[in-house]
Design a protein. Sequence first.
Length: 284
Amino acid sequence: MPLITRSTPLIEDLNLSSGRYRVFTYNEFVRFHSNKKTFRYAPRSLLLYHQKKGHIVRIRRRLYCIVPIGIKPKECPMNPFLVANKLTEDSVLSYRTALDYFGKLHTSVNEFLYLAKKKDNNPFHYKNVTYRSVSIPTALQRAKKIDFEVMQLHQEGHVVKITSLERTFVDILDRPNLCGSLEEIWRSFENIEYLNLDKVIEYALLLGNATTIAKVGFCLEDHLEQWMVSENHLKELRKYIPLQPHYMQHRRQEPQKLVSRWNLLVPISVLEKAWEEPRDTCKV
């Protein structure tokens, strides 16, 4: 094979030296070079060549990362948001990973979540980070609105698909187990300065889950001043709350109290903000 270096067109198109397009898939590599004169060899052979030379590292099958000049392959820094973004063609950063991306997550964790049409039941582990796929809410699939409030942001030359802060807020209340404890959720929400409440309500109603709607209403009411929540916002949600009391979370290991306005049984630790010092009691 003729000498192929970092300065050849084959590599320049991936902007190896600048670090742009750090993470790429096998299919992207093929698309980039399918019409180039330098693309005379099998893609796998070229990738293997650059892998042996330390120009790239293999993250997993059909997924690679460019090694910056002057860095050893084993010490190559990895942006887990970009990795999660490339694990499937339709990856969407979501739940606590979206909160983390926006800088709102109270406690960062080494588990990154992404939505995918075909959920992989086997989490992927790489460099002490776990990547876990999450199924798209059934209500969105039925309504053919799986991309509702999905944003496309730019980072390091990549287009990153991620749920908006408004959708993320509702998604987390819909599936709180994907963001840790309720304390973690509430502390993270305290970092959110602004929400488009019309979008929040629209998405909550789109999911069509009465318990989720009640949780959204309760949480908005608990942050009235922070997000400038009006009574009209709350009234709209109250139309769709459960007819009978529902628990806020499946795990019910601590005392609960009924918040009758929302027909919601809420842990007392949340009502009293047990993690705060001094405690501020929330009136019910």
